[in-house]
Design a protein around this ligand. Structure first.
Ligand SMILES: [Zn+2]
Length: 160
């Protein structure tokens, strides 16, 4: 299983997660590598957890179906768990966002180019449309009159 892991310092916010509903699916964007020939695809690839694609030559379906242009083998991946909410922590530790079942491919890098959301840690304020692509995010919680932030963001994609 391959997991997307987020490490970040959450100040004043909790329950950070991608905005990912059937009406408004989150597109997870990765760099992909072929396990057969080890070619890294030059472009980013994106997929969501709601769309299913047929896997040619099999009866199965997957969220992401990819034919490696170098070795021409077809590989696939599906999101099997998540998205989980990320909580503030005393110790800096990575937290799983999604788990994926990858067949014949490996995701090696994640790009957070979609919208995220979080809740005020001490209030009911909902923060939507959070952009994590700059590696940090700042806002203001009017209910608590405190600045809130997400900082020191790092992403990891790896076997768990
Ligand atoms: Zn290949």
């Amino acid at each position: 299983m391959i997991s997307l892991i987020l490490t970040a310092d959450l100040e004043g916010v909790t329950a950070l997660q991608p905005t990912d509903t059937p009406e408004n699916p989150y597109f997870y964007t990765f760099r992909v590598q072929c396990n057969s020939c080890h070619e890294v695809h030059p472009n980013w690839v994106s997929f969501n957890r709601f769309e299913q694609h047929e896997i040619p030559g099999s009866r199965g379906e997957a969220n992401f179906v990819w034919k490696c242009r170098l070795c021409t083998q077809t590989h696939s991946a599906s999101i099997i768990a998540g998205p989980n909410t990320v909580q503030p922590q005393d110790k800096r530790k990575g937290q799983k966002v999604i788990d994926m079942d990858c067949r014949g491919l490996e995701f090696i890098e994640f790009k957070p180019d979609g919208e995220w959301e979080a809740k005020g840690a001490e209030s009911s304020t909902l923060f939507a449309g959070i952009d994590l692509s700059d590696g940090e995010w700042y806002d203001y919680d009017e209910k608590t009159s405190e600045e809130v932030s997400i900082k020191e963001i790092s992403w990891d994609v790896g076997r768990t």
